[in-house]
Ligand binder design. Structure first.
Ligand code: GDP
Ligand code: MG
Length: 426
């Protein structure tokens, strides 16, 4: 059984917490794209964890976790993340963590490039991309330029070190043009030695591992980072991530392009949030925004940045569901709407006096105005609800309305950040 858990919106839908819950029925959890720009918050009986690179299955003792070939891995960050989890009593060994030899290494100069370019954009245009400044776009660019290093190279550094001086010379053409000091080859060798050495034990051909596990009847879950609207092809380019966040890419980025997904579970938030820049048609401002941001605790897990917020966006979510090929939905953070007598939903966009139902091209989005509809809120605390029958009528009505407007069934509804604060609807 191969299942993907993907974001329907702009990210931060609560994928981590849903993977943490649903992974109880899986043998393997695999991240297949992105890097340490992810921030998945998981709260369970073992504590509160923010995971950037490690799959959220790492918190279950009997789950094997895989970092797939579609990922970009900052060696220093991964060493730090493993160290922190070990300090919290989480066991991490080559038995329960496997890193693809084909995954790409994020280099310190990629992080520098990210910072240089965001700063340049800020100065030149006042409009940075809102990157997490963790080197993700530059390292994916290097991958496609065929100038990147891969995890498997750490197993035999001789070839890697032979390639290194020319790659550093090439990179310095860029770095010095921004007015920074050139990168030193010795510092890169130190980086590989200090942070690559401890990771060597985890590096393997994860394609072989996953195929064999699949043949043996093991179940595999793919955990996406970010949401459909941050996908490099289908998202709000250029305010996207630099990798493919969609479910169809999961088998490729995991290392099993020969296998087909059995199920795609879309994680969709009961309202909207968007971290960083880019068009966000349904955005709230002022007091309306502050109220929702506070209620939802909408501050970035990776960066601490206040997230932009708005009501549920039907146009964007329906598009996200289509991109993810979602078979079922987990609707998250419904409890955040507890305090509202009336809840707004963005049902359409308006452009030049015309009503729009299809999510438009990025440039056009800037000119779209949201059309809101109001529905009755439940205005009471639902965080203790365990079964569908516990939910007030207005909450059920809200769920059914979203199902109808988005054309997909909602199987789970989460009403709190803790592992068990989740209702199975059918
Ligand atoms: P991810 O990137 O998709 O994994 O999501 P994040 O972890 O970045 O953001 C989700 C935030 O909402 C985290 O702080 C979670 O602890 C929190 N959260 C998740 N589910 C719920 C829920 O049902 N209710 C509330 N109130 N908070 C939730
Ligand atoms: Mg997040």
């Amino acid at each position: 059984m191969l299942t993907s858990i993907c974001g329907i919106n702009w990210g931060d839908e609560g994928k981590g917490r849903m993977v943490d819950l649903l992974s109880r029925d899986f043998d393997i959890v695999c991240r297949y794209q992105g890097g340490n720009n992810a921030g998945h918050t998981v709260i369970n009986e073992r504590g509160k964890f923010i995971l950037n690179l490690l799959p959220s299955g790492i918190l279950r003792e009997d789950v094997v976790n895989v970092l797939g070939c579609g990922m970009v891995i900052d060696l220093k960050h991964l060493c730090g993340e493993i160290g922190k989890l070990r300090d919290a009593g989480i066991k991490i060994t080559p038995e329960n963590l496997k890193i693809s030899d084909k995954a790409v290494i994020t280099m310190p100069y990629n992080v520098l490039q990210d910072v240089m370019e965001e700063d340049r954009l800020t100065k030149a245009t006042g409009k940075p991309y809102g990157s997490t400044r963790r080197g993700i776009a530059p390292v994916y660019a290097d991958k496609y330029m065929k100038k990147a290093f891969r995890m498997g190279e750490l197993l035999n550094t001789e070839l890697m070190f032979r390639r290194l001086p020319d790659i550093v010379a090439w990179k310095n053409l860029t770095v010095t043009a921004y007015g920074y000091d050139p990168v030193r080859v010795d510092d890169m060798i130190d980086y590989f030695r200090t942070y690559g050495e401890p990771l060597k034990q985890f590096i393997t051909d994860t394609g072989v591992f996953l195929n064999e596990a699949h043949k043996a009847g093991k179940s595999i879950m793919f955990e996406a980072q970010l949401g459909a609207l941050r996908d490099i092809d289908y998202g709000i380019v250029p305010y996207t991530s630099s990798s493919s966040t969609i479910a169809a890419y999961a088998p490729i980025g995991a290392g099993v392009p020969n296998l087909k997904l059995d199920k795609s579970i879309g994680i969709m938030k009961a309202y909207s949030s968007c971290v960083g820049e880019g068009p966000f048609a349904c955005e709230y401002f002022g007091e309306q925004a502050e109220r929702l941001r506070e209620a939802g605790g909408e501050y970035g897990a990776a960066t601490g940045r206040p997230r932009r917020v708005g009501p549920f966006d039907v146009v964007a979510s329906r598009y996200g569901i289509r991109c993810q090929g979602a078979d079922e939905i987990a609707l998250t953070k419904l409890d955040v709407l507890d305090g509202y007598e009336e809840i707004e939903i963005c049902t359409h966009y308006e452009l030049d006096g015309k009503i729009i139902d299809e999510f438009p091209f990025t440039d056009v989005l800037d000119f779209c105005k949201p059309v809101f509809e109001k529905v009755k809120g439940w205005n009471c605390d639902i965080s203790g609800c365990k079964k569908p029958e516990d939910l007030p009528k207005e909450a059920i009505d809200y769920i059914r309305l979203l199902e109808k407007l988005c054309g997909c069934r909602i199987k789970y509804v989460s009403v709190g950040a803790e592992r068990d604060a989740c209702i199975k609807m059918y």
